[in-house]
Design a protein around this ligand. Structure first.
Ligand code: LLP
Length: 459
């Protein structure tokens, strides 16, 4: 948790990487896609996730074209696919927009897979992840004939084979590898070191045993190898290292006569959350670095270059959404002699964004509804939940004249925001308002207290 307060007053043009591309201030009022944020607060509700749909679409296109160019056949590669990691943010509109931009969709549960299929994503672009896939999840994947089930354990090879045999189908599988490469932000989101629950280890021989088992399974087809080394990764060298490990392992399988046409290098590309964060690598920089890494790794392994896929979630969805909150109680708290802090309470909190409490994530908040000449004052923006860890932004300078009813905007909430929301304190989850062509509409309905009461069977 950074203790450095940031002095960012919220001019999108100063840190465009934090915001949807359309964000701008007009007469001091923050707008997204031409819609003033206070208008959404007034006409719809606060808190609300405000989603710039064109921004999301643009990021899909940028990733797709960057990867297509870097892995162009003309440069000696075998092409590339971008699969949007739906766990970052999913709704039917997101599926349609990503699909229209040519992306596949990665899913990680029955709910995500069902939604993607219902929203019209072609099975040929769908993947299913998870370390403990249920029979129902595997069955839906196999029945629908999705592009890839990423198997996570020896146990799961047998399970998928069993389901496919029962359905008289063949399932396309990838192997989730543990490469031993450590990367990413918080311990909870780094995934490729040995002592964690995902994947099968190259180092211990478990991965090879899984490949052999797939080769002997009548209803399974090995379509590729998969590695995801963590999330919020800034250092691209980690991908170079993991690509090396995956390609060396692939060479081993090829030498045994197996076919491994594709390698998925996972997601994990970082974004910035506040003005003190470094500017993250662009899609072009990431894809160039990956292409170099793949070329080198395949040369070292003396193999051909497979088709490459990646699975960005955060880098596509994150900057496309801004949270709006309404300011309520403001209180100056003296916490030591001569030391005080201004606590600004808003009408949401850890139930709509758990990331500060869970990972110590540092966001920023800016006054959105008016200009202010008020002196910059160090504040802590907190939620309305019954927990002192319910922090929205730990340290941020806001104008001294901030007052009840003002609207604060928190950028970069589009990934792992709405999807990780809870009903803590029986607070209904906020809706998602999509902006397109200068108009807003609700794309995910906001919950009401009545929705929550309906679940209580003894009421
Ligand atoms: N592929 C796989 C197999 C994954 O497990 C993930 C994320 C991704 C792709 C997408 O990663 P991204 O590009 O979004 O970093 N709740 C945490 C992040 C958990 C990530 C889980 N897996 C957070 O809020 O930071």
């Amino acid at each position: 948790m950074a203790q450095v307060a940031n002095h960012y007053a919220g001019d999108p043009s100063q840190r465009p990487d934090l915001w949807p591309w359309s964000a701008q201030r007009k007469q001091g009022v923050l707008q997204i896609g031409g819609v003033p944020l206070p208008q959404i607060g007034r006409e719809y509700a606060s808190p609300a996730y405000v989603w710039d749909i064109d921004d999301f679409a643009g990021r899909c296109q940028v990733w797709a074209s960057a990867m297509a160019e870097s892995f162009w056949e003309g440069y000696g590669f075998a092409g590339a696919t971008v699969n949007y990691a739906g766990k970052a943010f999913l709704c039917a509109e997101a599926v349609r927009v990503a699909t229209n931009a040519g992306l596949g969709i990665d899913t990680a549960s029955l709910g995500e897979l069902t939604l993607a299929l219902k929203a019209g994503a072609p099975a040929s672009g769908l993947g299913l992840h998870g370390n403990n896939k249920s029979e129902a999840e595997i069955e839906l994947a196999v029945r629908s004939g999705i592009d890839r089930i990423i198997v996570d354990s020896p146990f799961e090879v047998a399970k998928v084979e069993g389901v496919a045999a029962r359905l008289h189908k063949r399932a396309r599988v990838m192997i989730r590898l543990v490469t031993g490469v450590h990367a990413g932000g918080h311990e909870y989101i780094s995934t490729a070191h040995e002592d964690q629950k995902f994947g099968v280890s190259i180092a211990t021989g478990q991965a090879e045993a899984v490949a052999d088992a797939i080769a002997h399974a009548k209803h399974l087809e090995l379509v590729g190898l998969h590695s995801h080394i963590g999330s919020q990764i800034l250092d691209l060298n980690a991908f170079v290292e993991s690509a090396g490990k995956v390609m060396a392992f692939r060479a081993k399988l090829l030498a045994k006569g197996m076919k491994v046409p594709e390698v998925d290098l996972g997601g994990g590309y970082a974004i910035s959350y506040n003005a003190a964060d470094p500017i993250p690598p662009t899609a072009q920089e990431v894809s160039c670095a990956l292409a170099e890494a793949v070329k080198l790794a395949c040369a070292q392994a003396s193999t051909d270059i497979p088709r490459i896929s990646i699975e960005p979630g955060r880098a596509i969805a994150g900057p496309s959404q801004v949270m709006i909150y309404r300011v309520g109680t403001i209180k100056d708290v003296t916490y030591a002699p001569g030391k005080s802090r201004r606590y600004v309470s808003v009408d949401g909190g850890m139930s709509d964004n758990i990331r500060p409490a869970l990972y110590g994530a540092d966001y920023t908040a800016v006054l959105a509804n008016r200009p202010s000449e008020g002196e910059s004052t160090l504040c802590r923006v907190v939620g309305k939940h019954c927990e002192s860890g319910d922090v929205v932004v730990h340290n941020v300078y806001l104008p001294a004249d901030l007052t009840e009813g003002d609207i604060l905007a928190v950028p970069a909430v589009g990934a792992y925001g709405r999807v990780m929301a809870s009903n803590y304190n029986m607070v209904p989850r906020p809706g998602v308002v999509g902006i397109k062509d200068g108009k807003w509409r609700e794309v995910i309905r906001r919950e009401t207290v009545a929705d929550l009461l309906l679940l209580d069977k003894s009421l």
